[in-house]
Design a binder for this molecule. Structure first.
Ligand SMILES: CC1=C(CCC(=O)O)c2cc3nc(cc4[nH]c(cc5[nH]c(cc1n2)c(C)c5CCC(=O)O)c(CCC(=O)O)c4C)C(CCC(=O)O)=C3C
Ligand SMILES: [Fe+2]
Length: 343
């Protein structure tokens, strides 16, 4: 296979107040998310002047990847397109076609399997190519990387750094709390070719990060940023409820590590740095939030290594034991019917 470009695939986020509502409508189109929830989430963005950090984080990652490719003799031109906000993937695929690109490798800013984290990116690619029509370049998505040292090690380093800000005298009652984006239970059940892959991968990443960062401490995997209509069950417990349960059990301090994410975007800086932090302070818990990989040099090298894997021997560097593959089987992560959603 000959590849002639690299494209960063991401979620997208607003960059000014007027972007916020149209962005949110793109995210929840056909998903049955109630207006009250949207109004609430709009306020989270407005706390930051209507600007999500995620687009700038993508620009920074792409610049770092350019430098990394140049240093390793990878001559692929790089592009960046989003699911929900500008630069929209369809516009970027048109530009790639105009530039003569025929077959690009795509890197999505999500480490895990599941509909939102993996299959929806495949669907974004298909929709963008359909929009562009004949001569649209083929885009092959790189693999899920929840088990790669370039993802696990930056998270572990960050947990150690966060732990170092807490009182060492209370280490015996300190706990590591890993978080990821909650999803509807039906979506979690359908994740991967045989189901349950999103949670299984998160459990594996939590274990890998924990044993490298603070193997002597207890840890949990819990969920954040629940959306959707209230009658639909999502993965639980929510991080805020979990902090209350820990305080009840005599835990005095927590490190919260958002292993579900690759950068400190809005779901991290609002839902954890404001909401969960406030919860902890109400409960009298010491609180430290661990950073996400962002542009950590090991994470940037991982992107290059995933490209090299695909270019050369297809051998996956993994710290885990779950199966990995280059191309998802066709039956992977079927979208669950969402009760209350517009089908
Ligand atoms: C698994 C998962 C990831 C991780 C994988 C990945 O990164 O892809 C993720 C990431 C993100 N989610 C984000 C933002 C939002 N997610 C929403 C809603 C939803 N997320 C879902 C799942 C996930 N989401 C689901 C099942 C919904 C319900 C609607 C639907 O069924 O699709 C909503 C709607 C409003 C609300 O929160 O109710 C918003 C605004 C941002 C951008 C933050 C920024 O702007 O900096 C990022 C990176
Ligand atoms: Fe989300």
């Amino acid at each position: 296979m000959v590849y002639d470009a690299f494209v960063l695939l991401s979620f997208g986020g607003p960059e000014k107040p007027d972007d916020v509502m149209p962005f949110l409508r793109n995210v929840v189109r056909g998903r049955g998310v109630p207006d009250e929830r949207l109004a609430e989430v709009r306020e989270h963005y407005m706390h930051f002047g209507g600007v999500s950090p995620i687009n700038q984080q993508c620009r920074d990652l792409l610049a770092a990847v350019d430098t990394e490719f140049a240093a390793h003799g990878i001559g692929l031109p790089t592009y960046w397109g989003n699911r929900n906000w500008h630069p929209m993937l369809a516009d970027i695929v048109a530009r790639m076609r105009d530039d003569g690109v025929e077959h690009a490798l795509g890197f999505a800013t999500s480490a895990y399997g599941g509909y939102s984290s993996c299959r929806q990116y495949w669907e974004d690619i298909a929709a963008a190519r359909k929009h562009v029509g004949p001569k649209a370049p083929v885009i092959s998505k790189l693999r899920q990387f929840h088990d790669h040292p370039g993802f696990v090690e930056p998270h572990a380093e960050a947990v150690r750094a966060a732990l170092a800000t807490l009182d060492p005298a209370r280490r015996g009652t300190t706990r590591i709390v890993f978080t990821a984006h909650s999803v509807p239970i039906g979506m979690a059940r359908n994740a991967g070719p045989t189901g349950g892959r999103y949670t299984a991968q998160l459990e594996e990443t939590a274990r890998l990060v924990h044993e490298r960062a603070a193997g002597d401490l207890g840890y949990d995997l819990v969920w954040q940023s629940r959306s959707g209509p209230p009658q639909v069950p999502w993965l639980e417990p929510d991080v805020n409820d979990h902090l209350a349960a820990l305080a009840e059990k005599g835990i005095t301090d927590v490190v919260v590590s958002p292993i579900g994410f690759v950068s400190d975007h809005l779901e991290v800086i609002w839902d954890l740095d404001n909401e969960a932090k406030d919860t902890a302070s109400r409960l009298g818990l010491g609180y430290a939030r661990a950073a996400t990989p962002g542009v950590h040099p090991k994470f940037v090298s991982m992107v290059r290594e995933l490209v090299e894997e695909r270019l050369h021997d297809h051998r996956h560097t993994t710290l885990g034991t779950l199966p990995t593959w280059d191309v998802c089987p066709a039956n992977c992560c079927p979208p669950a019917k969402r009760p209350g959603a517009v089908q």
